[in-house]
Design a protein around this ligand. Sequence first.
Ligand code: TYM
Length: 336
Amino acid sequence: MEQTAEKKQVIFSGIQPSGTLTIGNYIGALRNFVTLQHDYDCIYCIVDEHAITVRQNPADLRRRCLELAAIYIASGLDPKQNLIYCQSHVSAHAELAWILGCFTYMGELNRMTQFKAKSAAHEDNINAGLFTYPVLMAADILLYQTNLVPVGVDQKQHLELCRDIAQRFNAVYGNVFTIPEGYIPKVGAKIMSLQEPGKKMSKSDPEDTYIALLDSPDVIRKKIRRAVTDSDGEIRFDPENKPGVSNLLSMISALTGTPVNQVVSDLQGVGYGELKNRTTEAVVTALEPLQREYQRLIADKAYLQSVIDENGQKASALATRTLRKVQKKIGFAPRG
Ligand code: TYM
């Protein structure tokens, strides 16, 4: 991160290296990381500790961490301007999470909808980490005195809990943590499944329900052609009654930077076939440069490793500052 005369505000966000990234991750989060990078000091974490709340194959997890670093950079994030690193390389995350866990109520964690959904999906492995996941997420954010957190709408509840924990801690110990705000995009904060448009698009669902960031143009075309719409044939933005059509309209709007109303009026008089063609075009055009850059970067593992090593050290220095302050406030014995 470059030193500037005037201190910029801090952004923190993270993505799990737990599978193929989808166009939902891109529209809801990643592309906003890129837009915001010039105006803030940005920290973009590869949250591998969050990923192990669900069983991971070790070799796959290791590979995906470097792949996610490549995706971050390929999407346009400059690793000299932004801290791109692995959560597990900065032990302060886990240490602060323990402390914050002592300021979080079971009742609060019990209310988390993501915990309920994930425990239903992994009935054989409802582990304590899955339950305390939002506490680790709060530690991620609060360690860096974060002002703004760009995320999709599914993370809103976790972010609110983070703010509650920080306020509770500050009320006892003084102004230790900055209270973060969410940055949730107006369009595309929740991209829906192509097959069940009432449900969020998710990388843990079957292949034909999501567009992966690295899908070829052909695969993207096929998946969008098979996307579920409805039978009234009218192109109108109405997520409640026309979730499939509205989902495609949101993707076009977000990816082309055109207001939804404008997209809708541009498409008056055409059928769903043309709506799908336009969606495909918007997705392929947005992903083409990212995919090209990704292929170049992923061939250079040594470079990617050096990025996460150097940035991990810088992140560690920043995080340790907050952690030491917290430890002192709590009353842990000073270090000699
Ligand atoms: P994760 O890895 O599930 O998703 C990464 C980001 O992508 C957004 N997202 C979506 N946005 C729109 N439509 C969708 N269908 C869609 N699917 C995913 C998510 O909202 C997220 O912004 N707990 C977080 C990772 C995390 C984090 C943090 C985020 C850990 N620590 C601290 C912010 C700050 C998660 O599981 O994201």
